[in-house]
Design a protein around this ligand. Structure first.
Ligand code: ASP
Length: 330
């Protein structure tokens, strides 16, 4: 009896010993793609940064990294998908500052940022740019402020949904100008940009990385960037910071990072974090971000603990701002 039970236990223990290291050793299997879920439409700034990171991390991991756009509900649909995914390292979330704003802005958020995700590192930061349709008559911030005051009640501002970065920036802009505008939500700022170019909406904030080519092609007008300093790329050289235009407290920095579902095995997380750390040193990844005025993060926030602490600090930073503005969605 004792011998039989002992044999069974020994067999189970041996099976466990074989199964555990195999998970890490075999990860990732060469022909099994890793998916980065992007919670916004294709062609927007979150999608662009994710695709650039996918190329760089794919080189290190030795397998393809594909993008799945799971847009809707300001990014919470895609985030929830990853929160509930199999924690095997093959389904990851690439998300921006929304990880810190949605918990306050959405009343019924279906996941917990702190406990449903493993944090894999922040990779980049960039400002938003305040943009307008090409036919809007104002040619600088002073003229835009006057135009907004002259057109109260008639102005549309696009965004990627309540709680998105563009919404946060647009909300701060309206409160700085003391002019209320009609918010037009999209499934990401890529479709909103199409409508801005076409003149269906008047204004929008979007990350500098996707604003750059549109400004270059004179498809949209740009008035200011939301970080204190002007941006390095030539296309931004005549675009002041919000602070330079007189809005002293206006500062929004968008950051982007990678997450795995809670419970992903530690050795898998280590492989992913190692690949992320190589990506933020990869000249190809760096050049692609810098071309659009983003900076690649290469500090303690590329560590899981640093990333987790930073997200917690950002939730605490933005909660009172959001509550004061009273902007919530279900
Ligand atoms: N720029 C978007 C935002 O405002 C998201 C996106 O489409 O990437 O949150």
């Amino acid at each position: 009896m004792f011998t039989k039970r002992f044999t069974l236990l020994a067999t189970a223990a041996a099976a466990l010993c074989v199964a555990l290291p195999a998970t890490a050793q075999d990860y990732p299997v060469a022909n099994k793609p890793i998916t980065f879920v992007v919670p916004f439409a294709a062609g927007g700034p979150t999608d662009k940064a994710a695709r650039d990171l996918a190329v760089s991390m794919g080189k290190t991991l030795g397998t393809s990294v594909v993008i799945e756009n799971a847009a809707g509900a300001s990014g919470s649909i895609g985030a929830n998908k990853v929160a509930k995914a199999n924690p095997d390292g093959y389904t990851l979330l690439f998300f921006h500052i929304g990880q810190a704003t949605l918990p306050t802005m959405l009343r019924n958020i279906p996941y917990k940022v702190e406990s449903d995700f493993e944090h894999l590192g922040i990779v980049s930061e960039n400002p938003m740019a305040v943009l307008a349709r090409p036919t809007l008559p104002a040619n600088n911030m002073a003229e835009l402020v006057k135009w907004a005051n002259d057109n109260k009640g008639k102005i549309n501002i696009g965004n990627a949904g309540i709680g998105s970065a563009s919404h946060l920036c647009g909300m701060l802009f309206q409160s700085a100008l003391k002019v209320d505008m009609t918010t037009v939500p999209y499934r990401g700022t890529a479709p909103a940009m199409t409508d801005l170019i076409g003149g269906q909406i008047d204004l929008m904030c979007d990350q500098s990385t996707v604003a750059a080519p549109q400004l270059e092609g004179k498809k949209v007008k740009g008035y200011a960037v939301t970080t204190p300093k002007r941006l390095a790329p030539a296309v931004f050289k005549d675009i002041p910071s919000m602070q330079e235009t007189g809005f002293k407290d206006f500062a929004v920095t968008i950051w982007q990072g990678l997450y795995a579902p809670k419970g992903t095995p530690a050795p898998v997380l280590k492989k992913l974090n190692d690949a992320l750390k190589l990506a933020v040193r990869d000249p190809d990844f760096i050049n692609k971000q810098e071309a659009g005025g983003a900076i690649v993060v290469n500090d303690a926030r590329t560590d899981p603990a640093g990333h987790r602490a930073f997200v917690a600090a950002e939730i605490a930073k933005w909660a009172p701002v959001i509550k004061a503005a009273g902007v919530y969605a279900d």
